[in-house]
Design a protein around this ligand. Sequence first.
Ligand SMILES: [Zn+2]
Length: 178
Amino acid sequence: MQNIQINSKGIFTEAKFIASSNVDARPSPEDISLIVIHNISLPPRQYGGNGVIELFTNQLNPDEHPYYAEIAHLKVSSHFFIRRDGELIQFASCNDRAWHAGASIWQGREQCNDFSIGIELEGSDFEVFEPLQYETLQTLIASIKARYPIQAITGHSDISPGRKTDPGAYFVWTRTKT
Ligand SMILES: [Zn+2]
């Protein structure tokens, strides 16, 4: 996926696009300056299923797993989700506000969803991420930087300390360098 760019509509054209309705307009559309890295897996630490897609599209069945019953009511999304095999799924245009960070603060600015792009890696805090995921991530980050004035790449745990722990200690930050 080298040299693939994000188009003017905020779409990474090589990604599979699955629209989430948990998205709205950014208060300052030209202010897209932060990338936030997360991890997620549903059920926790089980990979390859449709749980994350179902969560982001409000289709998670609370009867399917005890954890689903706790989170099925949440209205959340992310711009991107990178599967263990490197597959890239996009749920929201980068020009729009996805709902991935929740209560958060970065360099004194609250509501990081307003000015950030969220990238979820399929994984957990307890194991390494796959080389194919880092490959996709690096291509994606380069493409985002080519279109938006990104100032920093940070972790969910950095902007929501005490509340969030992802992407976790196994995430290799040097692999966000492009
Ligand atoms: Zn997160």
